[in-house]
Unconditional design. Structure first.
Length: 366
């Protein structure tokens, strides 16, 4: 039985609180990146565990993918699933790569574009827009995507989507629980070896990213399929505070305990609480907006981080100036992300969706 084009393209109602939490996590990542440039010692960084927002993203993604596609991927088919995911995710991969390239070439505060030949710069850019890990920029820590570092987590997100389409969607809850055990062991092993769960972004810690998404994505999927939705009255504010506490918990000798606990237990619980909480009418629009803005903000902010780092090196601003620059910079990045979302991402996705609809079987188009 074929599924209708309308059913393929129809989106389900959102969990608005989860949208809002995604926004909190995205803002936390931006703040963390600013602060890690100022304080390379994370123990001095008030949001020293902001990088764990990525693990929350992975867990939330497992929940949302299960919710959105479990009951229809079998009818729509794997190819249609991939097309929809590309329409949703890839436009901002492109914009993040373009902004990263422009910042690399025209950074007013420095940088080292002269170290690279034109051919290598083209190769780096092509790998970035095609989501092919390259890691050929030594001056940027051999980052998998040197001109747009946050794309490393999108690479693993794509990998998880592929595995979901071919394997995870077919597995029962029992088998997901079985897979969760070695995945949890992998997270603990990575944290014990490295001292934290920061890895996954570089060629030197590539497989750490696989361990991080393996557990969190499956855990989120399992939360959805098991209906582990915890009814509560915490509301968005209460749950957002709980989530933020994980990002500001002290960074230090207890990382090997606190970080796995946050990833293995706390983030799935936060997703379950967010799915089960009620949202006041006054916060609904804000949560929806935060959710929409989170991905553009995450995927386009890092070009500014490289410029901020070079500014810090060349101008050596005082603590007072930094207290002004960082909040202002965060606000500017939010505004830029909003502009990218409204003027580029949403219109392009709407166009691609219309184009896709015309070519669906039974659509009556060309």
């Amino acid at each position: 039985m074929e599924i209708s084009p309308a059913a393929i393209l129809k989106t389900k109602p959102h969990f608005e609180i989860l949208d809002g939490l995604r926004g909190v996590a995205a803002i936390s990542v931006v703040c963390f990146h600013f602060m890690e440039i100022v304080y390379s010692d994370y123990s001095k960084n008030f949001i020293g565990h902001g990088f764990l927002a990525v693990d929350f993203f992975f867990c939330l993604s497992g929940f949302v993918i299960g919710y959105a596609y479990d009951d229809r991927i079998g009818k729509m088919g794997v190819v249609e699933f991939f097309k929809l995911r590309l329409i949703r995710l890839h436009p901002l991969v492109l914009s993040g790569s373009v902004l990263g390239l422009l910042a690399f070439l025209f950074d007013p505060f420095g940088g080292h574009p002269g170290l690279y030949s034109a051919g290598k710069i083209v190769l780096i850019f092509l790998c970035s827009i095609l989501m092919i890990p390259f890691g050929g920029m030594a001056d940027r820590g051999f980052n998998l995507f040197g001109i747009n570092p946050p794309a490393w987590s999108l690479f693993w997100e794509y990998a998880a989507n592929i595995i979901y389409a071919f394997v995870l969607r077919r597995l029962s809850r029992g088998w997901l629980l079985v897979l969760l055990v070695p995945a949890a062991a992998g997270v603990c092993m990575v944290c014990f070896r490295a001292g934290d769960l920061m890895g996954g972004w570089s060629m030197t810690n590539f497989w750490d990213g696989g361990a991080r998404i393996a557990y969190s994505f499956i855990a989120g999927l399992l939360v959805f399929r098991s209906k582990w939705i915890v009814k509560n009255r915490l509301g968005f504010t209460g749950i957002a505070v709980l989530l933020f506490l994980a990002f500001i918990m002290p960074y230090g000798k207890w990382n090997r305990v606190t970080e796995p606990l946050a990833v293995l237990l706390f983030f799935p619980l936060v997703v379950a609480l967010g799915a089960g909480a009620t949202l006041s009418k006054g916060l609904k629009k804000r949560c929806v907006f935060a959710g929409k803005l989170s991905y553009p903000l995450y995927m386009t902010h890092y070009a500014a981080m490289f410029m901020f780092n070079n500014y810090l090196i060349t101008h050596k601003p005082s603590a007072g100036w930094l207290f002004l620059i960082i909040p202002t910079g965060m606000l500017v990045l939010v505004l830029i992300s909003w502009g990218i979302m409204v003027l580029y991402d949403i219109p392009l996705r709407q166009y691609l969706t219309r184009l896709h609809k015309q070519h669906l079987p039974g659509a009556g188009g060309a």
